[in-house]
Design a protein around this ligand. Structure first.
Ligand code: PEP
Ligand code: MG
Length: 757
């Protein structure tokens, strides 16, 4: 059964569009279960009905025409309860709804299972027989397993149609919404520019050819290059390999020589597609055709086609560096956005970003917030390679991507953008005002930085210090570890820009989702592995170079603080302290007048929460990294969009941990700050202030919003709110209570514009 299941899923996966996917499903399921009927009904939201989309066994003429309004019939009942229904005689069930066009009166037994994707029911998979006989348990379990596996494929196929403005049953639609996770708030309207990794046929976007003749010529020259390579290889290996293997090269040459592949690609280019896109399309078609063949030998040939086409693609990409043409309203789209991709787009052209992988708490998302670019991550169902050049909306408030815009919707969003700009202009007036509550309590707002551009931007916003300088960011831009001198120059720039205000530099925090290209760490479970201080203590040469560079950079400014990431025990702090003292002594011996800076520990692991007091005794300050702390307390990967809705800094467990850290640090009379994204959420900032955090360190883009909220509440009301939420046991309730307080303080406009979950 497992083999049959695997085969069906594989074939459906290879289908070209929704219709063929559904045809494969009904054919294969009917055959496997030896049923007389197998049908798929899909929900078409535009007509609020379940439409019979494919069937074997029912009248063919009914397919695509017959539908049941939502909630009606047995299909409606399966969908409503999201549970299977298995009946010996369907016609006796009160919900049975006879559909004359289908000819289903001939069938008595009925088994319907829901097709569920991300908690929503896409449709129902049905099998029927004429015998009055319930389908057995094994058959029911098979259908449930299959349906669960196919849901994602069906959703993807539906989405591919939706992007062209077509509903599952073929109706024209507009304003198609693809959900994702908000990574940076704000709204942007613009044109998609899809970035894709090289040499990957599956990720080449559709794009128009700018000069068809040139494109054909270019493609032919690349094809010739591959022909030559294969002939060379063919003669090189003559006599070295078995005849069977040598024949493979003949097959390759044949594929190229009879011009089968080449001609098809050229035809597609002539229809307007660019060479890479045309090649990817033809490759996909051939691979699909081979993969679904029953014959093992023939289906294996799909691999050869992929290999051959990848060779041609290599030449296409090698010979012509793709110069991405960024429009003035670029929405950057990629399967996985990287900091390097952002760096390439001219800043004035970048309006929004979309990443299929990742979530709102990943480091790219943090970068997006720092830059104030509306961004959606984890839009897993978005068929992004169909998106290039299309006009789309990024709604970073709701976490949605919208395509096929109607005039009405476009107008509405243009208004939102205007409001957004107005709010930013109003907030600008707060820049030089102090951050004090209505009852005169002073709150220190600092900022998080990475690159020097952040620093310049944040000085503009009136930041009073740097609470977290992520030193790994400049490391990311290098091709090797930067030398002590290079680091010292980078650090000095930050210290100088902020002097005499304090600058908190965190020692290198790599590992987890922060990989350096020149220092790859392969681990089964990177978040629980070698990261942060664990790496640097194991590599004292890297740690020493970094802290020496920091200390040297601070000479003359004396505004440096050093902070240690991912600490899980006192031993790590003791070891780091020894190295810090050693570095300091070395520099003194070298004749440099370096002051020993205040040292801090980050509380990011549950273990550290419960050792706050012991850790505080060893250092000068404590800083909570609530991004990782939330991840580790809730057991929710901060990068995984599947569980992004479980990631909430308002979870009572997180709030309790934060309060515990503050009170323990206070017992040791040590300053306590927070530098996770939570500090930049205006609602959360009110709670953190009430808890007693001395410093809130955040993205520069959110600083004025937080200031605006703090200036409009009193410390007294913040204490009342904290007391109230600490009695609650649910993150959503807490979020609502916080929102209500902001409404009451008249800053509700800010609510929409900046929130963590
Ligand atoms: C944190 O974990 O909250 C933090 C500030 O560090 P990073 O986001 O860089 O892991
Ligand atoms: Mg962290």
């Amino acid at each position: 059964m497992l083999e049959k299941l695997r085969k069906i899923v594989q074939k459906v996966n290879a289908a070209e569009d929704l219709q063929s996917a559904l045809r494969i499903i009904v054919h294969r399921v009917r055959e496997t279960l030896e049923a007389q009927v197998c049908s798929v009904y899909l929900l078409d939201k535009d007509i609020n009905s379940h439409v019979l989309m494919a069937s074997e066994g029912l009248n063919e003429t009914a397919v695509g025409h017959v539908s049941l309004p939502v909630g009606e019939g047995l299909v409606g009942l399966v969908a409503k309860h999201a549970e299977p229904i298995n009946l010996q005689d369907a016609s006796l069930h009160p919900s049975y709804h006879y559909l004359q066009e289908t000819g289903e009166e001939n069938f008595n037994s009925f088994l319907g299972v829901p097709i569920i994707h991300h908690r929503s029911v896409l449709g129902v998979l049905v099998v029927q027989n004429d015998k009055r006989h319930r389908f057995d348990e094994g058959e029911e379990a098979f259908l449930i397993t299959l349906s669960a596996q196919l849901a994602g494929v069906i959703a993807h196929a539906e989405a591919t149609g939706a992007i062209e403005g077509i509903s599952p049953s073929g109706h024209k639609t507009s304003d198609t919404i693809f959900p994702g996770v908000s990574a940076s708030s704000g709204v942007a309207i613009g044109h998609a520019v899809v970035l894709f990794p090289l040499a990957d046929l599956s990720q080449i976007p559709n794009r128009q050819a700018s000069d068809i003749e040139r494109e054909v010529e270019f493609f032919n020259s690349c094809l010739n290059a591959v022909r030559k390579d294969i002939r060379d290889l063919h003669s090189k290996i003559a006599g070295h390999v078995a005849e069977g293997e040598r024949q493979l090269f003949d097959v390759y040459l044949h594929m190229l020589d009879d011009d089968a592949l080449g001609n098809e690609v050229v035809e597609r280019i002539k229809q307007g597609n660019w060479a890479q896109g045309a090649l990817a399309y033809v490759a996909h078609e051939h691979v699909r055709n081979f993969e679904i063949m029953e014959d093992e030998y023939l289906s294996e040939r799909a691999v050869d086609i992929k290999d051959l086409c990848s060779r041609v693609l290599f030449y296409l990409q090698e010979k012509e560096t793709v110069i991405t043409d960024y429009s003035t309203d670029t929405i950057l789209v990629s399967e996985e956005l990287t900091p390097a991709m952002l760096a390439e787009v001219p800043k004035d052209k970048l309006k929004g970003m979309i990443s299929i992988k990742g979530s709102g708490n990943s480091h790219v998302a943090i970068l997006a917030r720092t830059m104030g670019i509306p961004t959606i991550m984890g839009a897993v169902d978005l068929p992004y390679n169909k998106l290039d050049g299309r006009e789309i909306i990024v709604d970073g408030y709701k976490g949605e991507v919208i395509s096929n815009l109607s005039d009405q919707l476009r107008k509405r969003y243009l208004n939102t953008i205007k409001e957004q700009d107005l709010l930013i202009a109003e907030l600008d007036e707060l820049k030089d005002l102090p951050c004090v509550t209505a009852d005169n309590h002073r709150v220190n707002l600092w900022i998080n930085t990475g690159l020097i551009s952040d620093v310049i931007h944040s000085l503009d916003q009136g930041a009073e210090g740097i609470g977290l300088f992520r030193t790994e960011e400049p490391f990311l831009l290098h091709e090797r570890f930067p030398s002590e001198q290079e680091q010292s120059d980078i650090y000095r720039e930050q210290l100088r820009a902020f002097a005499p205000k304090p600058v908190t530099m965190r020692t290198l925090d790599v590992g987890g989702d922060k990989a350096l290209p020149y220092f790859p760490i392969e681990e089964a479970n990177p978040s629980l592995g070698w990261r942060g201080i664990r790496v640097t203590l194991d590599h004292p040469e890297i740690f020493m170079a970094q802290i020496r560079a920091m200390l040297r950079a601070s000479i003359g400014f004396e505004n440096l603080q050093i902070m240690l990431p991912m600490v899980s025990n006192v031993g790590e702090v003791n070891s780091a302290m020894q190295l810090l003292k050693k570095a300091h002594n070395e520099l003194i011996l070298e004749g440099l007048e370096v002051k020993f800076p205040p040292i801090g520990v980050m509380i990011e692991l549950p273990a550290a929460v419960y050792q706050t007091r012991a850790l505080a005794k060893l250092v000068d300050f404590i800083s909570v990294g609530s991004n990782d702390l939330t991840q580790y307390l809730l057991g929710v990967d901060r990068n995984n969009p599947r569980v992004a809705d479980l990631y909430s800094a308002f979870h009572p467990a997180v709030l309790n941990a934060l309060q515990h850290v503050v009170s323990e640090a206070q017992k040791e009379k040590k300053s306590v700050s927070i530098c996770g994204e939570m500090a930049g959420d205006p609602g959360a900032a009110v709670l953190l202030m009430a808890m007693g955090f001395d410093i809130l360190s955040m993205n520069a883009a959110t600083l004025l919003k937080v200031k605006s909220v703090i200036r409009s509440v009193s410390l007294g009301s913040a204490h009342d709110l904290l007391e109230q939420v600490m009695q609650m046991d649910d993150a959503q309730m807490i979020r609502s209570a916080v929102d209500m307080t902001l409404y009451d303080s008249g800053v509700d406009r800010l609510l929409r514009s900046s929130r963590t979950n």
